[in-house]
Design a protein around this ligand. Structure first.
Ligand code: SAH
Ligand code: SF4
Ligand code: F3S
Length: 441
């Protein structure tokens, strides 16, 4: 028996898909990449923007033919989409050939749900809404044997006015520190060298736990775990980024010099309407302090253009902020109204054309600066963790610097999984080229 999981959206879904793969393998399924061979196909969905949802709808439609040919195949849709009001029933109506619809709080009961489908032959729909605590120790098949994703907290309670995540992922819940540390020790024993700690707002880790540990405490404990050489985390929220955390980052040997710090807008008026909880001035001061304490920090961000009511002046504020901060990279998005969120109900929505035009202007700026930030790296020697063959040129290998920059270089496959010193020879907007200069370790 074989399974395929198609994962959309963010690392939360990637982590959940690893648990679902763990359940399936425990139940005797093995993975395939050929849809014709699959007995179970799961789509783990995202609804953060309309575009993310259209991709999922397209994929469900595409699977219709397969289901006609092989009615015994089990098609399941999970993840964030079915957690939205009415979407689970809409999915069932529009695609009656789906066998299973489940949500983000159903991971622990997935084997039971799959058994129900296998035994009943009718569509099973279960989407839980109240969050019933965290289930530890679920089986898990990790997609990588070098870098591991470790969820440190689930959900989000920030309710930025544009964002669907708090509605589909539930309230913020931190995992116990001991459970996280045990997981990372186990990963280190199994040869993992890098961990990325995941949460929608890692900076508020622990506020809901009885002992109130904070994110800086957690990082200090992870620092002690031998074998783990690189620690990353996502996502940081500027409103909760503490001085204590900056001090821990500055003194750490393992925490990589890369921060993803979404700013969303450079206009105070818009930041307030977004309910982000910080001002433009706070963000700039925070970045100044981070750059003073941790030189060479690679800084990336998320920016939304065309939020309801965004004037030409507000947008200029965003462009100016981008030019002032000079991000290494930015993920930029046109605002997409999400049903159920506050901002979607506001009257002052911008047209698609306006949003597109602003997005293009923003991207031009972001890309120009990204290239300027990469150019001074030429002739520098940096360490990369070698990941595998390059996706664009099979004669090359790729790895990432501590700053998370992608580097292509010629070498033989024996260095995959090792840390290697390379000298940068050429810089592009999104990647660097290099030559190996040292012995791999
Ligand atoms: N928890 C993270 C990111 C969550 S979603 C944070 O707080 O930063 C990832 C990114 O998608 C967000 O940072 C935001 O830039 C973007 N995004 C979220 N909702 C959106 C919407 N309705 N329209 C456009 N972009 C959106
Ligand atoms: Fe969404 Fe804001 Fe939570 Fe991030 S912090 S997930 S943008 S509500
Ligand atoms: Fe998408 Fe859900 Fe992540 S909506 S961005 S997959 S938390």
């Amino acid at each position: 028996m074989h399974y395929i999981i198609h994962t959309f959206g963010c690392q939360m879904n990637v982590a959940d898909a690893e648990v679902l793969a763990g359940h399936l393998e425990t139940m005797g399924y093995s993975e395939t990449t050929t849809e014709e061979l699959a007995d179970v196909i799961l789509l783990i969905t995202c609804c953060v923007r309309e575009h993310a949802e259209s991709k999922v709808y397209g994929k469900i439609g595409e699977l219709y033919d397969l289901k006609q040919k092989r009615p015994e195949i089990i098609l399941g849709v999970g993840g964030c989409m079915p957690q939205q009001a009415d979407v689970a029933s809409k999915l069932q109506q529009r695609f009656p050939y789906l066998d299973l619809v489940f949500g983000t709080h159903n991971l622990a009961s997935f084997p039971d749900l799959l058994d129900q489908v296998r035994n009943s032959g009718s569509t099973v729909v279960e989407v839980l809404h109240g969050v019933g605590g965290i289930t530890e120790n679920m089986p898990r098949v990790r997609r990588d044997n070098l870098k591991a994703w470790v969820t440190i907290m689930y959900g989000c309670t920030n309710f930025c006015t544009y964002c669907i995540v708090p509605y589909v992922r539930g309230k913020e819940q931190s995992r116990e520190m001991s459970a996280i540390l045990t997981e990372i020790c186990d990963l280190a024993e199994r040869g993992y060298r890098e961990v990325t700690l995941l949460g929608q707002n890692v900076n508020s880790y622990g506020t809901d736990l009885v002992a109130h540990p904070d994110f800086a405490d957690l990082l200090q404990n992870i620092e002690q775990i031998s074998g783990i050489e690189r620690v990353r985390f996502m996502t940081s929220h500027p409103k909760d980024f503490s001085r204590k955390l900056i001090a821990v980052l500055a003194s750490s040997k393992k925490i990589c010099e890369h921060l993803h710090l979404p700013v969303q807008s450079g206009s105070n008026r818009i930041l307030q309407a977004m309910n982000r909880g910080y001002s433009r001035e706070h963000y700039i001061a925070l970045v100044d302090e981070i750059r003073r304490s941790i030189p060479n920090t690679v800084l990336t961000t998320d920016i939304i253009v065309g939020f309801p009511g965004e004037t030409a002046e507000d947008f200029e504020d965003t462009l100016n902020l981008v030019r002032e901060i000079r991000f290494d990279a930015a993920f930029t998005f046109a605002y997409s109204p999400r049903s159920g969120t506050v901002a979607a109900t506001w009257a002052e929505q911008l047209s698609k054309e306006e949003k597109k035009e602003r997005l293009k202007r923003l991207n031009d700026s972001v890309n120009e600066i990204a290239l300027e930030r990469n150019k001074p790296l030429v002739d520098q020697i940096v360490e990369v963790l070698v990941e595998g063959p390059s996706k664009t040129d099979e004669t090359m290998l790729t790895g990432r610097t501590r700053g998370n920059k992608l580097v292509h270089f010629p070498s033989d496959p024996s260095v995959i999984g090792k840390i290697l010193a390379v000298k940068i020879t050429r810089a592009q907007t999104w990647s660097l080229f290099a030559l190996p200069v040292g012995m791999p370790r």
